[in-house]
Design a protein. Structure first.
Length: 135
């Protein structure tokens, strides 16, 4: 499997109140829909799958939210594309190896975007950043 693209269709950051006290951020990714699509590679069509997702970061106690919707496109052999699609139609799940690759890609892109957006609206980073300790 090769991931060939990820694009956002919606990015929303909403700050409901000033930040105060202890902050907890809950991040989540939901895989929404999977559909077959064709990519043109030169003059040939390559079977691909387009997966839509929603990433959320909820700041507790309830003072901010981030939502990012988008889609990820990946290609594989025609047999594997059909197998993944059939499994999704049956029980809304992806094979283990596909799930790991998809979620790692989505989280990587969304977490970077979320850190930038948090800075823009003066929120704490939604993912822990490394800290230097001097001894």
């Amino acid at each position: 499997m090769a991931i060939v693209g990820l694009q956002f269709s919606k990015i929303l950051v909403e700050k409901h109140a000033p930040v105060k006290g202890k902050v907890q951020v809950n991040n989540n990714v939901q895989l929404k829909e999977l559909e077959k699509t064709d990519l043109m590679v030169g003059s040939a069509k390559q079977g691909a799958l387009k997966l839509t997702f929603e990433f959320t970061a909820k700041y507790e106690p309830k003072f901010a939210d981030m939502i990012m919707n988008g889609s990820l496109t990946f290609v594989d052999t025609p047999d594997k594309v059909n197998e993944v699609l059939e499994g999704w139609k049956k029980n809304k799940q992806l094979p283990r190896e596909v799930t790991a690759s998809v979620l790692n890609t989505v989280l990587s892109r969304c977490n970077i975007e979320a850190i930038i957006l948090a800075r823009e609206v003066n929120l704490p980073s939604p993912v822990p950043l490394p800290k230097v300790q001097v001894r």
